[in-house]
Design a protein around this ligand. Structure first.
Ligand code: SAM
Length: 355
């Protein structure tokens, strides 16, 4: 039997964002001159090489850390149709033919109700599959940190994918589940918390999200994001015409200014700018550009709301504009953007200035 090679690049995404995830993948395929066939289903998208060659180079070059709409990124084998009487044999056979070895196995599903309904089936199959793969030597103690992902799109359909350390999400289904802090004034609070987890390595939190730092929160009311900043011990200029949460204001760490976030200027250089104003991406971007090119803050996190159809096109246009503006102002900074789990029709952008 000839070896089965991974010819597909499979990513998970938020349901409804498949065409954006695909547009992003196709951008990378084109850039690296790889001809592919697209496919997608609810909560996932894939590209399969038309020449039947392994996808590994494209998968590696389109680094996960730089992808916007992908929650997970895998080098995948052809999708498998399973018999409902014996699901394991086809999976074992494909793994044998691929000659894959790995250190762990994750069973995952699309982020849909149908996906969640597969939990019982997955639970029943997890242990038997694990022990069979161990016996066959595919699942072993040391295998370069590789992980096998079994992506269940239905009770009788799976796609097997491989992930590699440094080029993947370390979260099951690529989803960061956070507990809602009961004292926070709004659910939006989780967007900023997730953004910090995403963009700032944990060991740098004390230095970059430290006590006595100063922040501006534009579009702050009722205060979910401000609450996060205050929790870190920061002093916050909360800019919004709307009312701030009373309990939060009692901390004494907030200056609530009923001003226009698009024109307000900070009294001195701040550590952080955060902005959750619902407005046109170009408007938010022009304001953020002004802050960054004048170095009014060291780091910024802001949302770009994307009610339009071609979200990938809009996001890339915005990011290119921002990077060009920084470059022509001679300001060095790292721009990263992600469609976070707690983001809906929006993406979150992080900028860290070099000095
Ligand atoms: C999505 S809410 C922000 C929620 C907030 N991040 C939280 O966690 O509670 C958007 C806010 O932006 C405010 N807003 C809209 N336009 C604004 C402007 N030009 N300047 C300041 N705030 C504005 C609205 O009043 C609203 O409170």
């Amino acid at each position: 039997m000839s070896e089965t090679v991974p010819t597909s690049w499979l990513v998970y995404c938020r349901p409804g964002f498949e065409s954006d995830a695909l547009a992003e993948m196709q951008h990378h395929a084109k850039r690296h001159d790889v001809s592919c066939e697209p496919a997608h289903g609810e909560g996932w998208a894939s590209l399969t090489r038309t020449d039947g060659e392994p996808i590994n180079d494209l998968h590696r070059l389109a680094a996960f850390g730089k992808l916007i709409f992908a929650r997970q990124s895998l080098a995948a084998l052809p999708a498998l149709a399973l018999s409902r009487d014996d699901r394991l044999t086809a999976i074992l056979e494909q793994i044998k033919n691929s000659r894959w070895s790995f250190e762990e196995i994750w069973h995952e599903t699309p982020d849909t109700n149908d996906g969640k309904a597969l939990a019982g089936l997955i639970k029943a199959l997890t242990k038997p599959l694990q022990s069979m793969l161990k016996k066959r030597g595919a699942l072993r103690g040391k295998a370069g940190g590789r992980r096998l992902h079994i992506f269940w799109t239905d009770g009788d359909r799976v796609q097997l994918g491989m992930s590699f350390p440094g080029n993947r999400s370390e979260l099951l289904n690529g989803i960061r589940r956070l507990r809602f802090p009961s004292r926070a004034p709004s659910r939006s609070t989780l967007k900023l918390e997730e953004a910090w987890h995403e963009f700032i390595p944990r060991e740098e939190w004390d230095a970059r999200l430290g006590e006595h730092m100063q922040a501006a929160d534009l579009g702050a009311a009722p205060g979910g994001w401000t609450w996060q900043l205050v929790q870190r011990g920061m002093y916050v200029y909360a800019i919004d015409n709307g009312p701030m949460d009373k309990q939060l204001m009692l901390t004494g760490q907030i200056d609530h200014l009923k001003e226009d976030g698009f024109t307000w200027e900070p009294p001195q250089r701040l550590d952080w700018l955060v902005c959750d104003i619902v407005d046109k991406p170009v408007r938010v971007l022009a304001m953020v550009e002004r802050w960054l090119t004048r170095k009014w803050c060291r780091e910024a996190i802001f949302n770009l709301k994307l009610p339009m159809k071609k979200r990938w096109d809009e996001v890339t246009r915005c990011l290119t504009t921002l990077e060009d503006a920084l470059e022509s102002a001679g300001v060095h900074g790292k721009v990263t953007c992600r469609h976070l789990y707690h983001d809906r029709e929006e993406v979150t952008v992080h900028v860290q200035l070099a000095n």
